[in-house]
Design a binder for this molecule. Sequence first.
Ligand SMILES: [Cu+2]
Length: 329
Amino acid sequence: MRCDNKRIWIAGVSFFVLFGVGEIDHPALAENETVTIPFGAANPNFDTPTTDWFSPSVLTIQAGDTVTWVNKDKEIHNITSGKGITRIQFATTSDIGTPDGLFSSGSFKPGQAWSYTFTKPGIYHYFCSIHPWMNGAIVVNQQVPKVATDATGQPIIKWPIEIKTLDDLYEADLSWEPHIILTNEKVTLVFNFYNGITGRLIESGVPYTLVIAQNGKEIFRTDGATQVGGDYKFYSFSDPGLTTFRFINIGGGNSFMEFSTLVYQNPNATSTHIPIIEPARNIVFGQELIIVLIGPPIVIIAAMILSAKGVFSRKKDKTSQDQGKRSPM
Ligand SMILES: [Cu+2]
């Protein structure tokens, strides 16, 4: 029954891999932000008491958040999506700005407010069409959830994730840290391979190929082999989106399994940041064991020899110096 469920589940995930997911809404996590229209915003002259037409003039939010503009000026204003003009342009040209038709508040009086919910990531410019020098922008980032999610946006409740190959020959437990994957952050992917029938950890090396695909495109591929059951890889994503970890050629055959999740835009990373992509580093257990077993004794013996020599030579020097001091007497 467990296998059947998994088949259905993998089929479901594959559906989303093939056809993609639309917007993933997390309305429960949506927040409200406020932009103030300050006193003096209606005055285009340089003696106006305000320096900002909107406060803040650039607001960064997450998809799903609602922005409320509060009119604290003494005049009527509106919020119109599109690009306005500068005060210089206002004085020298007949240009009155270019609405893009995405949203428009209509006029609202002093003390009144108007709200708009941004559902899609992007940069939204807006202005007041009555006073077109009043420009502002809302930067909408993709929402980062509080818990890791699978490809459908459902929270991943149980770690590690258990997945099986379609032919039932292998089973894997898969985990990664940190659980919520953000761009430009090092992710450690950890996995163990089990016999799909007996459920026992396969301690002999199991070869595999790990393919990471994002938004339908392969972005990383590496060959590896488990050591004492498991292996791990490091990776850093440069782009957000639907991401699939796919293990193929497991055991040198046609067995494969995959898991899809979502990678989110890192709100703290700049777009110029260069991602670190670390290639595979296998745990070479035999070698590490040798280092652990033989390393410390060699170091201890070496230290003993050196210190013994050091003490001996210093004592010898001291003796000869003492002798030298004594001889004139
Ligand atoms: Cu205005």
